[in-house]
Design a binder for this molecule. Structure first.
Ligand code: NZQ
Ligand code: ZN
Length: 385
Protein backbone atom coordinates (compact mmCIF):
# COMPACT_ATOMS: atom_id res chain seq x y z
CA UNK A 1 0.00 0.00 0.00
CA UNK A 2 1.24 3.47 -0.86
CA UNK A 3 0.82 6.30 1.66
CA UNK A 4 -2.34 8.29 1.19
CA UNK A 5 -4.52 11.14 2.36
CA UNK A 6 -8.24 10.56 2.08
CA UNK A 7 -10.37 13.62 2.66
CA UNK A 8 -14.00 13.71 1.68
CA UNK A 9 -16.00 16.70 2.86
CA UNK A 10 -19.37 15.62 1.37
CA UNK A 11 -22.34 14.80 3.56
CA UNK A 12 -24.33 12.17 1.69
CA UNK A 13 -28.05 11.85 2.35
CA UNK A 14 -29.24 8.65 0.71
CA UNK A 15 -32.73 7.23 0.33
CA UNK A 16 -36.24 7.45 -1.00
CA UNK A 17 -37.95 10.82 -0.59
CA UNK A 18 -34.86 12.51 0.88
CA UNK A 19 -34.68 15.30 -1.76
CA UNK A 20 -37.18 17.20 0.34
CA UNK A 21 -34.43 17.81 2.92
CA UNK A 22 -32.41 20.17 0.72
CA UNK A 23 -34.04 23.39 1.99
CA UNK A 24 -33.32 22.45 5.60
CA UNK A 25 -29.70 21.57 4.78
CA UNK A 26 -29.11 24.94 3.12
CA UNK A 27 -30.81 26.83 5.95
CA UNK A 28 -28.70 24.95 8.52
CA UNK A 29 -25.59 26.24 6.73
CA UNK A 30 -26.89 29.81 6.89
CA UNK A 31 -27.68 29.99 3.16
CA UNK A 32 -30.73 31.96 2.12
CA UNK A 33 -30.07 32.72 -1.61
CA UNK A 34 -29.15 30.01 -4.09
CA UNK A 35 -28.71 29.58 -7.84
CA UNK A 36 -30.42 26.34 -8.90
CA UNK A 37 -29.01 24.70 -12.02
CA UNK A 38 -30.69 21.91 -14.01
CA UNK A 39 -30.84 20.17 -17.37
CA UNK A 40 -33.21 19.81 -20.30
CA UNK A 41 -36.39 19.00 -18.41
CA UNK A 42 -36.31 15.46 -16.98
CA UNK A 43 -36.66 16.86 -13.43
CA UNK A 44 -39.95 18.52 -14.41
CA UNK A 45 -41.34 15.24 -15.72
CA UNK A 46 -40.34 12.97 -12.83
CA UNK A 47 -41.35 15.21 -9.93
CA UNK A 48 -37.85 16.13 -8.71
CA UNK A 49 -38.33 19.80 -9.64
CA UNK A 50 -41.46 20.08 -7.51
CA UNK A 51 -39.85 18.28 -4.59
CA UNK A 52 -36.76 20.51 -4.62
CA UNK A 53 -38.44 23.87 -5.21
CA UNK A 54 -41.11 22.96 -2.64
CA UNK A 55 -38.40 22.26 -0.08
CA UNK A 56 -36.57 25.52 -0.88
CA UNK A 57 -39.77 27.53 -0.47
CA UNK A 58 -40.65 25.78 2.78
CA UNK A 59 -37.28 26.73 4.25
CA UNK A 60 -37.53 30.30 3.00
CA UNK A 61 -34.63 29.96 0.55
CA UNK A 62 -34.71 32.50 -2.27
CA UNK A 63 -33.66 30.99 -5.61
CA UNK A 64 -33.16 31.69 -9.31
CA UNK A 65 -33.09 28.98 -11.96
CA UNK A 66 -30.64 28.26 -14.76
CA UNK A 67 -32.10 25.50 -16.92
CA UNK A 68 -31.00 23.97 -20.22
CA UNK A 69 -27.69 22.39 -19.24
CA UNK A 70 -27.13 19.82 -21.97
CA UNK A 71 -25.30 16.49 -21.71
CA UNK A 72 -21.61 17.18 -22.45
CA UNK A 73 -22.11 20.64 -20.94
CA UNK A 74 -20.71 23.74 -22.61
CA UNK A 75 -18.75 26.76 -21.44
CA UNK A 76 -21.20 29.37 -22.79
CA UNK A 77 -23.84 28.07 -20.41
CA UNK A 78 -21.37 28.27 -17.52
CA UNK A 79 -20.75 31.95 -18.36
CA UNK A 80 -24.51 32.51 -18.32
CA UNK A 81 -24.69 30.93 -14.85
CA UNK A 82 -21.80 33.03 -13.52
CA UNK A 83 -23.54 36.19 -14.72
CA UNK A 84 -26.81 35.16 -13.11
CA UNK A 85 -25.12 34.16 -9.86
CA UNK A 86 -23.31 37.50 -9.63
CA UNK A 87 -26.49 39.46 -10.38
CA UNK A 88 -28.48 37.74 -7.65
CA UNK A 89 -25.52 37.67 -5.24
CA UNK A 90 -25.89 33.90 -4.82
CA UNK A 91 -24.50 32.35 -1.65
CA UNK A 92 -24.38 28.83 -3.06
CA UNK A 93 -25.01 26.85 -6.26
CA UNK A 94 -27.38 23.88 -6.27
CA UNK A 95 -27.10 21.36 -9.12
CA UNK A 96 -30.17 19.18 -9.70
CA UNK A 97 -29.38 16.48 -12.25
CA UNK A 98 -26.54 14.30 -13.47
CA UNK A 99 -22.84 14.86 -13.99
CA UNK A 100 -23.41 17.48 -16.67
CA UNK A 101 -25.50 19.61 -14.34
CA UNK A 102 -23.37 19.12 -11.24
CA UNK A 103 -20.17 19.80 -13.23
CA UNK A 104 -21.71 23.03 -14.54
CA UNK A 105 -22.74 23.98 -11.00
CA UNK A 106 -19.12 23.49 -9.88
CA UNK A 107 -17.82 25.64 -12.74
CA UNK A 108 -20.31 28.40 -11.94
CA UNK A 109 -19.51 28.20 -8.22
CA UNK A 110 -15.78 28.58 -8.92
CA UNK A 111 -16.36 31.31 -11.53
CA UNK A 112 -18.50 33.64 -9.40
CA UNK A 113 -15.77 34.70 -6.91
CA UNK A 114 -13.05 34.72 -9.62
CA UNK A 115 -12.04 37.86 -11.52
CA UNK A 116 -10.49 36.03 -14.49
CA UNK A 117 -11.93 33.61 -17.05
CA UNK A 118 -13.29 30.41 -15.46
CA UNK A 119 -11.74 28.45 -18.36
CA UNK A 120 -8.37 29.06 -16.59
CA UNK A 121 -9.45 26.28 -14.20
CA UNK A 122 -9.80 23.92 -17.16
CA UNK A 123 -6.38 24.87 -18.46
CA UNK A 124 -4.29 23.79 -15.50
CA UNK A 125 -4.93 26.44 -12.83
CA UNK A 126 -6.69 25.33 -9.63
CA UNK A 127 -9.47 27.40 -8.07
CA UNK A 128 -8.62 28.93 -4.71
CA UNK A 129 -12.20 29.84 -3.87
CA UNK A 130 -15.67 28.64 -4.70
CA UNK A 131 -19.20 29.23 -3.53
CA UNK A 132 -20.44 26.15 -1.68
CA UNK A 133 -21.91 23.48 -3.95
CA UNK A 134 -24.98 21.35 -3.17
CA UNK A 135 -26.24 18.51 -5.37
CA UNK A 136 -29.40 16.51 -5.94
CA UNK A 137 -28.30 13.53 -8.04
CA UNK A 138 -30.68 12.10 -10.66
CA UNK A 139 -28.41 9.70 -12.59
CA UNK A 140 -25.63 7.56 -11.17
CA UNK A 141 -22.54 7.68 -13.34
CA UNK A 142 -19.82 10.25 -12.81
CA UNK A 143 -19.39 10.41 -9.04
CA UNK A 144 -19.51 14.21 -9.40
CA UNK A 145 -21.78 14.25 -6.34
CA UNK A 146 -18.78 13.34 -4.15
CA UNK A 147 -15.67 14.56 -5.96
CA UNK A 148 -14.03 17.82 -6.92
CA UNK A 149 -13.98 17.29 -10.69
CA UNK A 150 -15.89 19.12 -13.39
CA UNK A 151 -15.71 18.46 -17.14
CA UNK A 152 -16.76 21.18 -19.60
CA UNK A 153 -16.55 21.57 -23.38
CA UNK A 154 -15.33 24.83 -24.92
CA UNK A 155 -17.38 25.11 -28.08
CA UNK A 156 -15.02 27.21 -30.24
CA UNK A 157 -12.12 24.78 -29.96
CA UNK A 158 -14.21 21.60 -29.46
CA UNK A 159 -12.10 20.61 -26.47
CA UNK A 160 -13.47 18.90 -23.40
CA UNK A 161 -11.36 19.39 -20.31
CA UNK A 162 -11.45 18.89 -16.59
CA UNK A 163 -11.14 21.11 -13.55
CA UNK A 164 -9.77 19.29 -10.51
CA UNK A 165 -10.69 21.59 -7.67
CA UNK A 166 -10.26 19.03 -4.89
CA UNK A 167 -12.04 19.82 -1.63
CA UNK A 168 -12.83 23.38 -2.79
CA UNK A 169 -15.02 22.09 -5.64
CA UNK A 170 -16.49 19.06 -3.87
CA UNK A 171 -20.18 19.29 -2.94
CA UNK A 172 -20.89 20.09 0.70
CA UNK A 173 -24.11 18.05 0.70
CA UNK A 174 -25.37 15.60 -1.94
CA UNK A 175 -28.74 13.91 -1.84
CA UNK A 176 -29.12 10.60 -3.65
CA UNK A 177 -32.65 9.22 -3.98
CA UNK A 178 -32.27 6.08 -6.14
CA UNK A 179 -36.02 6.01 -6.88
CA UNK A 180 -35.81 9.17 -9.00
CA UNK A 181 -33.75 7.09 -11.44
CA UNK A 182 -36.75 4.88 -12.27
CA UNK A 183 -37.48 7.36 -15.08
CA UNK A 184 -34.08 6.97 -16.77
CA UNK A 185 -34.08 5.70 -20.35
CA UNK A 186 -32.44 2.25 -20.46
CA UNK A 187 -29.42 3.46 -22.40
CA UNK A 188 -28.70 6.18 -19.83
CA UNK A 189 -28.67 3.59 -17.03
CA UNK A 190 -26.23 1.52 -19.10
CA UNK A 191 -23.96 4.45 -20.02
CA UNK A 192 -23.87 5.58 -16.40
CA UNK A 193 -22.85 2.08 -15.30
CA UNK A 194 -20.12 1.84 -17.95
CA UNK A 195 -18.77 5.22 -16.84
CA UNK A 196 -18.62 4.01 -13.24
CA UNK A 197 -16.93 0.73 -14.25
CA UNK A 198 -14.35 2.71 -16.23
CA UNK A 199 -13.64 4.95 -13.23
CA UNK A 200 -12.84 1.83 -11.23
CA UNK A 201 -10.72 0.52 -14.12
CA UNK A 202 -8.69 3.74 -14.35
CA UNK A 203 -7.33 2.97 -10.87
CA UNK A 204 -7.39 -0.83 -10.96
CA UNK A 205 -5.29 -0.87 -14.13
CA UNK A 206 -2.79 1.80 -13.08
CA UNK A 207 0.11 -0.66 -12.87
CA UNK A 208 -0.26 -1.27 -9.12
CA UNK A 209 0.65 -4.67 -7.74
CA UNK A 210 0.26 -6.65 -4.51
CA UNK A 211 -2.88 -4.94 -3.32
CA UNK A 212 -5.48 -6.99 -1.56
CA UNK A 213 -8.27 -4.83 -0.14
CA UNK A 214 -7.89 -2.04 -2.75
CA UNK A 215 -8.20 -4.61 -5.58
CA UNK A 216 -11.08 -6.48 -3.96
CA UNK A 217 -12.91 -3.20 -3.42
CA UNK A 218 -12.61 -2.46 -7.15
CA UNK A 219 -13.70 -5.96 -8.14
CA UNK A 220 -16.68 -5.80 -5.81
CA UNK A 221 -17.73 -2.46 -7.30
CA UNK A 222 -17.51 -3.74 -10.89
CA UNK A 223 -19.39 -6.98 -10.08
CA UNK A 224 -22.12 -5.11 -8.16
CA UNK A 225 -22.56 -2.60 -10.99
CA UNK A 226 -22.85 -5.41 -13.56
CA UNK A 227 -25.37 -7.35 -11.48
CA UNK A 228 -27.45 -4.22 -10.89
CA UNK A 229 -27.59 -3.38 -14.61
CA UNK A 230 -28.72 -6.91 -15.45
CA UNK A 231 -31.60 -6.54 -13.00
CA UNK A 232 -32.49 -3.00 -14.08
CA UNK A 233 -32.67 -3.85 -17.77
CA UNK A 234 -35.47 -6.25 -16.84
CA UNK A 235 -37.07 -4.08 -14.18
CA UNK A 236 -36.05 -0.38 -14.20
CA UNK A 237 -38.05 0.16 -11.01
CA UNK A 238 -36.18 -2.33 -8.83
CA UNK A 239 -35.30 -0.04 -5.91
CA UNK A 240 -32.72 -2.35 -4.42
CA UNK A 241 -30.73 -2.61 -7.67
CA UNK A 242 -31.00 1.17 -8.24
CA UNK A 243 -29.64 1.75 -4.73
CA UNK A 244 -26.75 -0.72 -5.15
CA UNK A 245 -25.82 0.83 -8.50
CA UNK A 246 -26.12 4.36 -7.14
CA UNK A 247 -23.84 3.86 -4.16
CA UNK A 248 -21.32 1.85 -6.20
CA UNK A 249 -21.11 4.60 -8.81
CA UNK A 250 -20.54 7.21 -6.11
CA UNK A 251 -17.82 5.04 -4.52
CA UNK A 252 -16.22 4.49 -7.92
CA UNK A 253 -14.95 8.06 -8.08
CA UNK A 254 -14.93 9.55 -4.59
CA UNK A 255 -11.26 8.82 -3.91
CA UNK A 256 -11.77 5.44 -2.22
CA UNK A 257 -10.45 3.40 -5.15
CA UNK A 258 -7.28 5.51 -5.20
CA UNK A 259 -6.44 4.70 -1.59
CA UNK A 260 -3.11 2.87 -1.31
CA UNK A 261 -2.72 2.85 -5.06
CA UNK A 262 -1.77 6.35 -6.19
CA UNK A 263 -3.01 8.12 -9.27
CA UNK A 264 -5.28 6.71 -11.93
CA UNK A 265 -4.33 6.19 -15.55
CA UNK A 266 -7.01 8.38 -17.23
CA UNK A 267 -5.88 7.82 -20.84
CA UNK A 268 -9.17 6.10 -21.73
CA UNK A 269 -11.04 9.09 -20.34
CA UNK A 270 -9.02 11.62 -22.30
CA UNK A 271 -9.50 9.66 -25.51
CA UNK A 272 -13.23 9.42 -24.80
CA UNK A 273 -13.45 13.13 -24.07
CA UNK A 274 -12.17 13.71 -27.60
CA UNK A 275 -15.00 11.51 -28.90
CA UNK A 276 -17.76 13.22 -26.93
CA UNK A 277 -16.31 16.67 -27.74
CA UNK A 278 -16.30 15.93 -31.48
CA UNK A 279 -19.44 13.78 -31.89
CA UNK A 280 -21.52 14.72 -28.80
CA UNK A 281 -22.05 11.06 -27.90
CA UNK A 282 -22.79 10.00 -24.31
CA UNK A 283 -19.61 9.74 -22.23
CA UNK A 284 -20.41 6.14 -21.19
CA UNK A 285 -21.01 5.14 -24.80
CA UNK A 286 -17.59 6.44 -25.78
CA UNK A 287 -15.96 4.60 -22.89
CA UNK A 288 -17.58 1.30 -23.93
CA UNK A 289 -15.63 1.69 -27.18
CA UNK A 290 -12.35 2.98 -25.75
CA UNK A 291 -11.69 0.97 -22.57
CA UNK A 292 -11.56 -2.52 -24.18
CA UNK A 293 -9.32 -1.15 -26.95
CA UNK A 294 -7.04 0.52 -24.39
CA UNK A 295 -6.84 -2.75 -22.41
CA UNK A 296 -5.79 -4.61 -25.55
CA UNK A 297 -3.10 -2.05 -26.33
CA UNK A 298 -1.71 -1.96 -22.76
CA UNK A 299 -1.73 -5.72 -22.25
CA UNK A 300 2.03 -5.75 -21.67
CA UNK A 301 1.58 -3.78 -18.42
CA UNK A 302 -1.88 -4.99 -17.43
CA UNK A 303 -1.99 -8.67 -18.34
CA UNK A 304 -1.92 -10.08 -14.78
CA UNK A 305 -4.63 -7.68 -13.64
CA UNK A 306 -6.84 -8.50 -16.61
CA UNK A 307 -6.54 -12.21 -15.78
CA UNK A 308 -7.33 -11.41 -12.13
CA UNK A 309 -10.42 -9.48 -13.25
CA UNK A 310 -11.48 -12.51 -15.24
CA UNK A 311 -11.15 -14.75 -12.20
CA UNK A 312 -12.70 -12.52 -9.60
CA UNK A 313 -15.34 -10.61 -11.59
CA UNK A 314 -16.30 -12.93 -14.44
CA UNK A 315 -15.50 -16.15 -12.53
CA UNK A 316 -13.36 -17.62 -15.34
CA UNK A 317 -9.73 -18.68 -15.64
CA UNK A 318 -8.96 -17.30 -19.10
CA UNK A 319 -6.21 -15.52 -20.94
CA UNK A 320 -6.33 -11.71 -21.06
CA UNK A 321 -7.72 -11.30 -24.64
CA UNK A 322 -10.67 -13.55 -23.77
CA UNK A 323 -11.42 -11.52 -20.62
CA UNK A 324 -11.40 -8.28 -22.64
CA UNK A 325 -13.80 -9.91 -25.11
CA UNK A 326 -16.08 -10.84 -22.19
CA UNK A 327 -16.15 -7.18 -21.16
CA UNK A 328 -17.05 -6.17 -24.74
CA UNK A 329 -19.74 -8.84 -24.83
CA UNK A 330 -21.25 -7.53 -21.59
CA UNK A 331 -21.43 -4.02 -23.01
CA UNK A 332 -22.83 -5.28 -26.31
CA UNK A 333 -25.48 -7.30 -24.46
CA UNK A 334 -26.53 -4.12 -22.64
CA UNK A 335 -26.96 -2.36 -26.00
CA UNK A 336 -23.87 -0.13 -25.84
CA UNK A 337 -21.63 0.53 -28.85
CA UNK A 338 -18.31 -1.34 -28.67
CA UNK A 339 -16.67 -0.17 -31.89
CA UNK A 340 -16.42 3.32 -33.40
CA UNK A 341 -18.70 2.36 -36.28
CA UNK A 342 -21.44 1.30 -33.80
CA UNK A 343 -21.55 4.98 -32.80
CA UNK A 344 -21.43 6.18 -36.41
CA UNK A 345 -17.81 7.36 -36.18
CA UNK A 346 -15.82 6.60 -39.36
CA UNK A 347 -12.32 5.09 -39.11
CA UNK A 348 -11.18 7.84 -41.48
CA UNK A 349 -11.56 10.28 -38.54
CA UNK A 350 -8.95 8.54 -36.38
CA UNK A 351 -6.18 11.12 -36.99
CA UNK A 352 -8.55 13.97 -36.24
CA UNK A 353 -9.66 12.33 -32.97
CA UNK A 354 -6.07 11.70 -31.87
CA UNK A 355 -5.27 15.37 -32.56
CA UNK A 356 -8.21 16.75 -30.57
CA UNK A 357 -7.06 19.04 -27.77
CA UNK A 358 -9.00 17.08 -25.12
CA UNK A 359 -6.03 14.69 -25.13
CA UNK A 360 -2.90 16.08 -23.51
CA UNK A 361 0.23 14.25 -24.62
CA UNK A 362 1.85 12.27 -23.24
CA UNK A 363 -1.27 10.80 -21.65
CA UNK A 364 -1.69 7.76 -19.37
CA UNK A 365 0.14 6.57 -16.27
CA UNK A 366 0.29 2.76 -16.43
CA UNK A 367 1.66 3.24 -19.94
CA UNK A 368 2.68 6.60 -21.32
CA UNK A 369 0.97 7.23 -24.63
CA UNK A 370 1.84 9.51 -27.52
CA UNK A 371 -0.26 10.40 -30.52
CA UNK A 372 0.92 7.31 -32.46
CA UNK A 373 -0.22 5.11 -29.56
CA UNK A 374 -3.65 6.73 -29.44
CA UNK A 375 -3.99 6.22 -33.20
CA UNK A 376 -3.28 2.52 -32.62
CA UNK A 377 -5.85 2.31 -29.81
CA UNK A 378 -8.42 3.96 -32.07
CA UNK A 379 -7.56 1.47 -34.81
CA UNK A 380 -8.34 -1.34 -32.37
CA UNK A 381 -11.53 0.54 -31.45
CA UNK A 382 -12.49 0.65 -35.11
CA UNK A 383 -12.29 -3.14 -35.26
CA UNK A 384 -9.58 -2.80 -37.95
CA UNK A 385 -6.84 -4.50 -35.93
O1 NZQ B 1 -30.99 17.02 -19.16
P1 NZQ B 1 -32.06 16.19 -18.57
O2 NZQ B 1 -33.41 16.46 -19.12
O3 NZQ B 1 -32.04 16.21 -17.07
O4 NZQ B 1 -31.78 14.64 -19.03
C1 NZQ B 1 -30.61 13.92 -18.67
C2 NZQ B 1 -29.66 13.73 -19.85
O5 NZQ B 1 -30.34 13.68 -21.07
C3 NZQ B 1 -31.01 12.49 -18.41
N1 NZQ B 1 -31.45 12.25 -17.02
C4 NZQ B 1 -30.74 12.48 -15.89
N2 NZQ B 1 -31.44 12.04 -14.82
C5 NZQ B 1 -32.61 11.53 -15.28
C6 NZQ B 1 -32.62 11.68 -16.69
N3 NZQ B 1 -33.66 11.26 -17.46
C7 NZQ B 1 -34.70 10.69 -16.81
N4 NZQ B 1 -34.74 10.50 -15.46
C8 NZQ B 1 -33.72 10.90 -14.68
N5 NZQ B 1 -33.75 10.66 -13.36
O6 NZQ B 1 -29.82 11.73 -18.62
C9 NZQ B 1 -29.06 12.35 -19.65
C10 NZQ B 1 -27.60 12.35 -19.26
O7 NZQ B 1 -27.34 13.24 -18.20
P2 NZQ B 1 -25.84 13.67 -17.87
O8 NZQ B 1 -25.87 14.58 -16.69
O9 NZQ B 1 -25.17 14.16 -19.10
O10 NZQ B 1 -25.19 12.25 -17.48
P3 NZQ B 1 -23.93 11.88 -16.66
O11 NZQ B 1 -24.20 11.93 -15.21
O12 NZQ B 1 -23.46 10.62 -17.23
O13 NZQ B 1 -22.86 13.05 -16.94
C11 NZQ B 1 -22.00 13.01 -18.04
C12 NZQ B 1 -21.05 14.18 -18.05
O14 NZQ B 1 -20.15 14.15 -16.91
C13 NZQ B 1 -18.79 14.14 -17.38
C14 NZQ B 1 -18.91 13.50 -18.74
O15 NZQ B 1 -17.78 13.74 -19.55
C15 NZQ B 1 -20.16 14.15 -19.29
O16 NZQ B 1 -19.89 15.44 -19.76
N6 NZQ B 1 -17.92 13.47 -16.40
C16 NZQ B 1 -17.78 14.03 -15.18
C17 NZQ B 1 -16.94 13.50 -14.21
C18 NZQ B 1 -16.81 14.08 -12.86
N7 NZQ B 1 -17.40 15.25 -12.60
O17 NZQ B 1 -16.15 13.51 -12.00
C19 NZQ B 1 -16.12 12.34 -14.48
C20 NZQ B 1 -16.57 11.55 -15.65
O18 NZQ B 1 -15.50 10.74 -16.08
C21 NZQ B 1 -17.10 12.36 -16.79
O19 NZQ B 1 -16.08 12.82 -17.64
ZN1 ZN C 1 -16.10 9.00 -16.69
Amino acid sequence: MKDFIFHSPTKIIFGRGRNREIGRELAKDGISRVLMVYGMGSIKRNGVYDEVTGSLKESGIEFRELSGIKPNPVLSKVYEGIKMGKEMDAQAVLGVGGGSVIDSAKAIAAGIPYDGDVWDFYSGKNPEKSLPIYAILTISATGSEMNGNSVITKEETMEKRGMHGGVISTPRVSIIDPSVQFSLPKEQTVYGAIDAITHVAEFYFNGSKELNFPDRLCESLIRTIMDSVDILLKNPEDYHARAELAWSATMALNGMTAVGRGRGDWASHQIEHALSALYDIAHGAGLAIVLPAWLEYTMDVNEDKIIQLGERVFGVKERAPKVIEMLRETYRKWGAPVYLSDAGIPASDIEKIAENKSIRYPTGYAKKLYKEDVVEILRIASGER
